[in-house]
Design a protein around this ligand. Structure first.
Ligand SMILES: Nc1ncnc2c1ncn2[C@@H]1O[C@H](COP(=O)(O)OP(=O)(O)OP(=O)(O)O)[C@@H](O)[C@H]1O
Ligand SMILES: Nc1nc2c(c(=O)[nH]1)N=C(CO)CN2
Length: 162
């Protein structure tokens, strides 16, 4: 069994609905053993700024899928929810990234683990810290990252996706 953490984001159309649909696909996957969801966070765009604000969340997933099977499933979710790749870091109906997969490290272009940009992204670290404040990322406690993050432009919402 594998423990993995995913980051989900949406900034087009019914953002909450897209996240809800993605979570439903994850929960209903036959190889999902357990799944915990973070709160929703409304976040200013990072990287490419001329786009709407995102809703972001993280998911802790126990699965019997292996890493590349999980990556293919993330792509399947994106395809089902009609994500179009137009601008790098640009608007998307849904983005599903693998943050951590057990303690696995990978530098293959198709799957870099831990996710290469996760440590500096508040929209990733805040929901992840909420799920597991004891996580280690590349030998570094998430607690340290969390306390050094700039958190302006990130707002935790009272209402989750359910
Ligand atoms: N940890 C990972 N999780 C998801 N995709 C990854 C990962 N590492 C590498 N990739 C590869 O990155 C490619 C581009 O992913 P994607 O289009 O979602 O990037 P992005 O979300 O726009 O940007 P970012 O990677 O900065 O979040 C995917 O086709 C995938 O194979
Ligand atoms: N706030 C926010 N900004 C982003 C996001 C995201 O999910 N949330 N995803 C990106 C590419 O993965 C680029 N920028």
């Amino acid at each position: 069994m594998n423990r993995t953490y995913l980051s989900l984001g949406s900034n087009i159309g019914d953002r909450r609905g897209h996240l809800r649909d993605a979570c439903q696909m994850i929960q209903q996957h036959p190889q999902t053993i357990a799944c915990q969801k973070s709160s929703l966070y409304e976040t200013d765009p990072v990287g490419y700024l001329d786009q709407d604000t995102f809703l972001n969340m993280a998911v802790e997933l126990d699965t019997t899928l292996e890493a590349y099977g999980l990556l293919a499933f993330c792509h399947e979710i994106e395809a089902t929810l009609k994500r179009k790749r137009v601008i790098r870091w640009g608007p998307r109906s849904i983005d599903v990234d693998i943050l951590l997969f057990n303690d696995q490290k990978s530098s293959e272009k198709e799957l870099i683990l831990p996710h290469p940009r996760m440590k500096e992204r508040g929209f990733v670290i805040l929901p992840l810290y909420e799920l597991n404040p004891l996580l280690m990322i590349d030998g570094e406690p998430i607690e340290t990252l969390y306390h050094h993050l700039k958190t302006e432009g990130i707002r935790k919402l009272d209402q989750g996706i359910d």
